[in-house]
Design a protein around this ligand. Structure first.
Ligand SMILES: [Zn+2]
Length: 89
């Protein structure tokens, strides 16, 4: 793992169409070490075919997202819980 990363705010743009809430306000629990952090605290790596977000504690991958000609791919298997605000309306 390199330290050449951005913070989790870099996820807000790519995931805007996927989630109907402001992703940067959510928290995520790492399935590897159970650490819970705001999404904005994740270490985000771009430049590959997609975006990868890693736990700042243990370095495990919490989220992968890619856009391809065949669709959009979201892999959350490293996220034990994604928590965001209460439903409105
Ligand atoms: Zn972790």
């Amino acid at each position: 793992m390199t330290h050449n990363h951005e913070d989790g705010n870099a996820l807000a743009g790519p995931l805007l169409d996927v989630f109907a809430f402001e992703v940067s306000t959510a928290t995520a629990r790492c399935a590897g070490c159970t650490r819970t952090e705001p999404i904005v605290a994740l270490h985000v790596y771009q430049g590959g075919p997609g975006v990868v977000a890693r736990c700042p504690g243990c370095g495990d991958v919490l989220l992968r997202y890619a856009e391809t000609p065949h669709g959009r791919w979201l892999d959350l298997r490293g996220t034990a819980v994604l928590h965001f605000g209460a439903a409105t309306g």
